[in-house]
Ligand binder design. Sequence first.
Ligand code: AMP
Ligand code: MG
Length: 401
Amino acid sequence: MSLLPVEEAQARLLALATPLPPTALSLAQAVGGYLAAPLAARRDQPWTDLSAMDGYAVRWADMPGPWRLVGEMAAGAVPSGDALAAGTAMRIFTGAPMPVGADTVILQEDVTADGATIRLTGEGPGAPGRHVRPRASDFGASDTLLSAGMRLGPAQIALAALAGHAMLPVRPGPRVAILSTGDELVPPGAPCPPGKLPASNGAMLRAMIEGVGGAVIDKRLIPDDLPAVTAAMREAARADIIVTSGGASVGDHDLIRPALEGAGGTIDFWRIAMRPGKPLIVGRLDQAIVLGLPGNPVSALVTGALFLLPLIRHFAGAAAPLPRPRTGRLGAAMPAVGNRTDFVRATLKDGIATPIGFQDSAAMRAAAQANALIIRPIGAPAAQAGEETQVLDWPSLGLVG
Ligand code: AMP
Ligand code: MG
């Protein structure tokens, strides 16, 4: 069976999953989620013309002073229906509504007050309209402010609040079960006699999953025993995603394929044209999508970032679930690429992506120093330092917290 190109495998994987149904979440709960429907404003912002500064509201177009002080407007006040007369001024504060008829705010530092008489002694507004925020200049009622599938960060949450919303339609993050397989694995911190290895993929995958809003509902270590792996798969089938680590190749101890089939699931595709990470399995078990990642920690990191995290974002309703590469320059010469896309662990600084020395697919120390992957496409010729390259940085991959 030939190797599947990465983009094709990503598209096939995402096509298997339907975004989860949305629920109404409070603004606090919605942060980090994706909006499930376009968000329309329920009010004008600002609701009327407001002062943008502390100063004096006047009819500048009619008369450039002096003015007689007739009152005061603070934020929260509602202007009376009476028009401000030419030659009069209203003390006004930031966020206060403009009196009817006033067109301009004179900055308080530009005037001298002598009893109730205000004189311009500074620079002046220049033209009518200065320091006024016109009604609906930010947005108007029924404007569409955010589109479906946008991620809700702090600024989007603030916009929704200003627009009159306390609840937002957001899809939940998918529920994920993590099954780490391998006779050699012991839990982190447990005694680790010769022949054993602390299991690191479970903790890494949990951090990755929770960092993009997925919910880990099960996480366990399973020995390389077909009945045990099969039983664990069956139990995990209540999840939206079952992610396994290890056992995805074709060795005698590689049990993910037979376990998935033994549990009643199906393989959709496997083996991807990428390095690290060739032995990736995608299948289904009941309603769950099964993603079989390789056991080597760096392979699990890279395939997790390129397949698992986009799948989670897709379940959660992201409009653009795939990481978006950007253009950088190579900080070092690179060899020609064979028949698998190479995702080279690198440090990215000021647009220069420099490969990290030790590129072994088990070399976690180097991977933990990286903050980007250089994408070296299938068949690319050798490249010189300074040449343009496509780069996936950690934030675009979802690998920051
Ligand atoms: P496998 O994909 O099962 O052939 O495993 C490939 C390599 O990754 C082996 O050296 C395993 O010991 C190692 N490995 C497998 N699972 C884990 C894990 N959860 N944490 C750390 N290393 C692992
Ligand atoms: Mg193994």
